[in-house]
Design a protein around this ligand. Structure first.
Ligand code: ATP
Ligand code: MN
Length: 479
């Protein structure tokens, strides 16, 4: 008999029918005459209740049925009398496919701390929380590709190994095959990268943007969705050393078009989660509420599903960096010196405490900030006529801070050249990028969405290391 997945079985009304299922034991309980097994096969957050009647099967069938063990079960589907489920299965045969020694198996049917689960990240997929997160993560990957495909974008694979370090000075991971104990040296005693695998220094990419621009200026509208790497030593709940980034790039779009695209895409994918992941979201919402029980009322996060709906239903607020600085300068936490970094003048980079104040306290909606000081933004952003600000945009989300960073790109060759000279990027290394401005240049725009920050938002989790299966962070790469 072919296996039916639990997600399909719990919707079924084929009562009294013989069925075959496989999965892992999440819990077992029972009495003298009967045992109940909670079985999960990963297809859904819901467990299937298996009823084992000792008078027909004998007590011995339960011997190796412990939490974590893998089972194959034949049985009859029944309408459930018990609370919490609509169907159950009366077992006619139980086969233990893989035992899990209860003395050694680290997961038990109780609440484990997220810290503990990070130490056994190889097993944490087996918990309700990580099952839910990874199913939501999958749906978001799918929704993003669907959004761009439905809107006529082409997916471009940009390189993971790159020799351009224009964007990531100092925070890139070197890629080399040179002997680390005895590297070839130049006459000046420096490592001779001409003898390295690629004949030049190479790194893991920090962004696919520059390459996506090349494609956008021919294909019109493209997006990348790939891994990016940053060797910044920031041990925060919002940073990973390896994360996934979505980077659309669109020819002929100005900054307003870019904001419209970003807002539309975010609303689409959040709505997709509401339409397709409700079981997991409800579980995650309860999990969050439990976790926040200890917090003061005004420090608790909003209910998860309500929070997601409010993003879909509200227009994002759009304002300039300068307007935001004025709001922050006059804000209570600034006047009462509650911010760690006080805002006293124009030009400062915003910290996540400022971003979150604007979103969570002041506007109570997602915010898009535009026109940042040129000094704190990347070289490729388009200069405004004021000579002080660039056409940058950051999208700020409740509980997260920056979720998207983007801009209209500088399409004028002379302005771009003077910018890269000013900050000391060697022109000869950028010749291929500058060629787009030499031949058929047009205004264009794009942005980068940090995929794990999106998943943090959608799942209501608090630490970015819990929303990627195998987190990479300073001193953390075991699994
Ligand atoms: P931040 O200021 O939060 O460190 P950033 O300005 O350095 O971010 P960008 O270079 O603008 O980030 O990257 C685009 C997007 O990628 C960000 O808006 C964010 O969502 C995400 N992102 C950036 N750095 C990381 C990281 N280390 N881990 C996870 N996501 C990141
Ligand atoms: Mn940014």
């Amino acid at each position: 008999m072919s296996r039916i997945r639990i997600i399909d079985l719990i919707k079924s009304k084929d009562f009294d029918k013989q069925i075959h299922i496989k999965g892992w034991v999440r819990n077992r309980r029972g009495s003298k005459n009967v045992a109940f097994i909670a079985l999960n096969d990963g297809s859904t957050i819901h467990n299937l209740q298996i009823v084992v009647d000792f008078s027909t099967l004998g007590e011995a069938v339960m011997e190796d049925v412990s939490v974590g063990a893998a089972l194959a079960i034949d049985g009859k589907l029944m309408q459930s009398q018990g609370a919490g489920q609509t169907v159950e299965v009366i077992a006619t045969k139980i086969e233990v496919l893989g035992k899990a020694d209860p003395e050694k198996y680290p997961l038990q049917p109780k609440r484990h701390s997220l810290e503990f689960l990070r130490d056994i990240a190889h097993l944490r997929f087996r918990t309700n929380t990580f099952g839910a997160i990874n199913r939501v993560r999958h749906s978001m990957i799918f929704a993003i590709h669907k959004y761009f495909n439905d809107n006529g974008f082409y997916n471009i694979h940009t390189p993971i190994v790159t020799s351009s370090d224009a964007e990531g000075a100092g925070e890139m991971f070197r890629v080399t095959t040179l002997d680390d104990k005895n590297p070839p040296l130049t006459e000046d005693g420096e490592v001779n990268y001409k003898e390295d695998f690629f004949g030049r220094p190479t790194n893991l990419t920090v962004s696919g943007q520059l390459e996506a621009e090349l494609a956008a200026l021919a294909l019109g509208q493209v997006y990348t969705f790939g891994p990016t790497f940053r060797a910044e030593n920031s041990n925060t709940t919002r940073h990973l050393a390896e994360f996934w980034m979505i980077e659309p790039e669109v020819a002929f779009n100005d900054l307003n078009d870019n904001m419209d695209l970003a807002e539309d895409m975010l609303k689409y994918v959040v709505q997709y989660a509401l339409d397709n992941c409700m079981d997991d979201l409800q579980f995650l919402s309860k999990r969050l509420q439990e976790e926040e029980k200890g917090k003061k009322e005004n420090e608790r996060s909003p209910e998860l599903i309500e929070k997601l709906r409010s993003v879909v239903d509200n227009e994002f607020v759009r304002l300039t960096y300068t307007e935001a600085i004025n709001i922050l300068r006059n804000s209570k936490p600034n006047k009462k010196k509650k911010f760690e970094y006080l805002i006293d003048g124009w030009g400062a980079d915003l910290q996540s405490e400022h971003e979150r104040y604007l979103v969570e306290k002041h506007f109570k909606k997602p915010v898009i900030l535009v026109d940042y000081p040129k000094e704190i933004k990347a070289f490729y952003m388009r200069m405004n006529d004021d000579g002080k600000t660039v056409r940058a945009m950051d999208i700020l989300f409740p509980g997260i801070g920056e979720i998207i960073g983007g801009s209209q790109r500088e399409e004028r060759l002379d302005v771009l050249l003077s910018k890269i000279h000013e900050i000391g990027i060697p022109e000869e290394e950028m010749w291929w990028f500058l060629d787009t401005r030499r031949f058929g240049t047009v205004p264009h725009s794009g942005f980068g969405l940090g995929f794990e920050r999106l998943i943090l938002f959608v799942t209501g989790m608090g630490n970015i290391r819990d929303v990627i299966p195998f987190p990479r962070a300073p001193k953390q790469a075991e699994f």
